[in-house]
Design a protein around this ligand. Structure first.
Ligand code: FAD
Ligand code: NAD
Length: 444
């Protein structure tokens, strides 16, 4: 039996981001993990995906310049790319755990569940702690209403696939489907995205998503909207998807990408009175659950902010201060940049276009098609576009959305400007390296 000041459940970016500062403050802490140490992002999420994307970027940047100095776009060697990816993922779990041990943080392997609000059970171990932080993240959701749904693979399987199938379907059109579809198509697969309504990537403005879909369709990705798959069947080595109203599709592999499920359902939370809802664990503006002394953060909590690695990290930094009595303030999130990675990238931050349109008395939107601007023309991009949302009263920039191969960088620039007040002087008092996507900010 062991007694701790704080026990963190889950060793992802959130849990790890909290463990180190709490230990440095002299608290007696432990981290519990049931799967790979390091969590989703570096093992089966952001990082392996972005390693694959590097090859896609190399191919597509070349493809854009064919006849303008490039003779032919390079082809992707999938098995070799996967080997390269594994050089990133293979050491993560061991290194994440030994990093904690080297810092004298106790690491406990196994599935954690609560016995009472001060006691946790991990296998045979009983652990007591004054406080707990639940940072258990999410897992791929399953479409339980689809007959034989267990035949569908997940994003975790995709990111470990040694051979690229000829024809792939993603069921559910969100971040994961769009990103993995652009990777698979650039690597030579025929790709389908099947979405149940007419609004895939619903957090992003429709006009931008429509532009992105056009570029994807030109790259061997077929989008099937308003298609609600009811059954998947196996036929020798292929899979048949059926919506029972006329749509059928035969593919080599089908992936479920219809959202992620918070890991809040096997911790015994109902027994100790921690409230959850569809989005995950309910917390107040101090990230405390409905039970005093039990906190939660990261992807597992129910929140309106996007569930992303840097958001989990930000919450970890906040909790480190709160649990060290360095703050009593509520958590206050800055503008959060979010990116759908592919070629091109679609990114947004701050006040959304939809919200600006609904409150035209408060906001104005300026949209620039930037395809012919120097930055994008030299790259031969099919289409580049930026919209800026300004608050009418102050003329300050409060939001932005952009699509291009450079969008991930431009959106960080916008988030920085917004978080520093968003005024024109914020932009004009800087000297931006020229010519870059940031130096274009002066013209927006
Ligand atoms: C394919 C994919 C691509 C992504 N790409 C991006 C991206 O480009 N950028 C970005 O910002 N975000 C991206 N994300 C999201 C990002 O991975 C998550 O936001 C981030 O990992 C959340 O961190 P977390 O610490 O809250 O949870 P996690 O990283 O999920 O960690 C939670 C940990 O808790 C463990 N756990 C769960 N239950 C228990 C239990 N009962 N006992 C013990 N341990 C438990 C889990 O095994 C896991 O290791 C991506 C996700 C996926 C799936
Ligand atoms: N670049 C990034 O930052 C990044 C990348 C990947 C994942 N993520 C994180 O992971 C989360 C989960 O990603 P995701 O793509 O699985 O989920 P998502 O919530 O982004 O999208 C899932 C989509 O599937 C649709 N859907 C639901 N049921 C369906 C059905 N029966 N048939 C067809 N479509 C259906 C939903 O309407 C939704 O649009 C993201 O919200 C984000 O937090 C982030």
């Amino acid at each position: 039996m062991t007694n701790y000041d704080v026990v963190i459940i889950g060793a992802g970016p959130g849990g790890l981001g909290l463990a180190y500062p709490l230990k440095q403050a002299g608290l007696n802490i432990a981290v519990v993990e049931e799967n790979l140490w390091g969590g989703t992002c570096p093992n089966r999420g952001c990082d392996p995906k972005k390693v694959l994307l590097a090859a896609v970027e190399a191919r597509m940047h070349s493809k854009y310049l064919v006849n303008n100095g490039i003779k032919a776009a390079p082809e992707i060697d999938w098995p070799a790319l996967m080997q390269f990816e594994k050089t990133f993922t293979a050491p993560v779990s061991k290194n994440s755990r030994s990093g904690l041990s080297n810092a004298d943080i106790d690491t406990i392997s196994g599935h954690a569940e609560f016995v009472d609000s001060n006691t946790l059970k991990v296998g045979d171990k009983i652990i007591h702690s004054a406080k707990f932080v639940i940072a258990t993240g999410q897992r791929p959701g399953r479409l339980m209403a689809v007959k034989n749904q267990e035949l569908m693979l997940t994003s975790t399987d995709f990111l470990k696939m040694d051979q690229l199938p000829d024809e792939i379907a993603f069921i559910g059109g969100g971040y994961i489907a769009f990103e993995l579809a652009m990777i698979a198509a650039a690597a030579g697969a025929k790709v389908h995205i099947i979405h149940h309504n007419d609004r895939p990537l619903k957090d992003f403005p429709k006009e931008y998503v429509d532009d992105l879909l056009k570029q994807m369709e030109a790259e061997n990705i077929q989008i099937h909207l308003n298609t609600d798959i009811k059954e998947i069947k196996k036929e020798t080595n292929r899979f048949i998807l059926d919506d029972e109203s006329g749509f059928t599709l035969k593919v080599d592999r089908a992936f479920v990408t219809a959202g992620r499920k918070p890991n809040d359902d096997t911790l015994n939370l109902e027994k100790i009175g921690v409230q959850t809802d569809r989005g995950g664990i309910v917390v107040n503006d101090h990230l405390e659950t409905t039970i005093k002394g039990i906190f939660a953060m990261g992807d597992v909590i129910s929140k309106s902010h996007p569930k992303l690695t840097p958001v989990s990290g930000f919450e970890a930094q906040y909790l480190a201060k709160l649990l060290n009595n360095q703050t009593t303030e509520a958590i206050d999130y800055p503008a959060i940049p979010t990116v759908v990675y592919g070629m091109p990238k679609l990114a947004q931050t701050g006040v959304k276009l939809q919200e600006a349109l609904e409150h035209e008395d408060q906001y104005q939107i300026q949209t620039n098609e930037t395809t012919d601007w120097f930055t994008y023309r030299r790259l031969g991009e099919p289409q580049a576009k930026v919209s800026v949302v300004r608050e009418r009263k102050t003329n300050k920039i409060v939001g932005a959305v952009t699509m291009s191969s450079e969008a991930e960088h431009l959106i960080n620039d916008f988030a920085t400007v917004i978080n520093h007040g968003g005024s024109a002087s914020e932009i004009n008092n800087q000297i931006w390296a020229y010519p870059t996507e940031a130096s274009d900010l002066e013209y927006m």
